[in-house]
Design a protein around this ligand. Sequence first.
Ligand SMILES: O=C(O)CCC(=O)C(=O)O
Ligand SMILES: [Fe+2]
Length: 351
Amino acid sequence: APLEPLLGKDPPHRTSPGAATFDVAGLDSIAAVADTGLDSIAAVADGNTPTRTSFIPDAPVHLIRGALDEAACLRFVASAAAHGGWTTGRHHLHPTTDIPAMDLPGGVGTEALDLARDVVLPAIAAAFRPERGVNSLSFRDLFLARYDADPEKGQAGLGKHKDGSVFSFNALLSEDGDDFRGGGTWVEPVGVVRPRRGDILLHRGDLLHEGRPVTSGTRHVLVGFVQVDDDVGDNVGDENGSRRSELVLRTVASLPLGMVVEVDTGLNPTRVLVTEVSAGGEAAQADVRRGDLLRGLLVGKGEGELTPFDSRTFEDVMGVLAGRKDKGPVRLVVERWAEKGAVNENDDRIK
Ligand SMILES: O=C(O)CCC(=O)C(=O)O
Ligand SMILES: [Fe+2]
């Protein structure tokens, strides 16, 4: 029987098929000073984000005002504090001190994913009008980052860089002037943008930008990197699954040992492998690599529950696969997170 892509139906990093589109009336745009004659825009160059602009097509930076209310911002920050496992090894050129959104406890991981899918992706589609619309957008990384003025606690800012994404966003979770001083995001054509708590700043990833150092206190942001798939059409996320998933499945169907692999660029550094293992198959053929931390495993047909693997190792997974070897085909969905410190060429900040 042909494999049905498990991903592509309603993958967690894409907007839902029926998601409402975003009304540009909900966006404030920040254009390069030279592009407008407006005083309120010019003020941005001096570090003062105007309190109200309106949507300006083709502006390099947009703000979704009040995307998160105060309670949600506090929930995100509290969840990060409760998790506490801050990493600095997920982005190698310009590392941030962060926690992958999926790891945030208390339902906040899901809340962050829903926000990115249902609010941010449609807003990015409305703001930047990518040719193939919202269905071509997916976020490949989503994490909560922390900046602290106290060098003992971590980094105060993030130096000038470009992201490896097509679009990037960051939601300010802390109260400017109360939780921290300094901060803000400097973006090359517009200067320092100082959103209010709950606002989400949207910009093209290839613009030079900087997380300005905080001078006191702690600043928390939820950051996401968004990619544009040009090989997928409107059917991404529809009932038939994504064209890309089918393409990948077909391409790899010729792998030896009867093993079919789908690698989906989901949340960075998540990879998802859909693997058909026949007798004699080996997980190594499925690109499961030593050093990977495997997060979950789905055995059986269709879309069952993902069984958390927690931090089980390569050897553990090899053991599971080896144990199934002579019991006929089994379908696995393995959500793979790159080992801490591993370099992910696709998803890093660049330059
Ligand atoms: O913290 C900021 O304002 C910017 C964050 C950023 O650019 C990034 O995480 O890549
Ligand atoms: Fe960035």
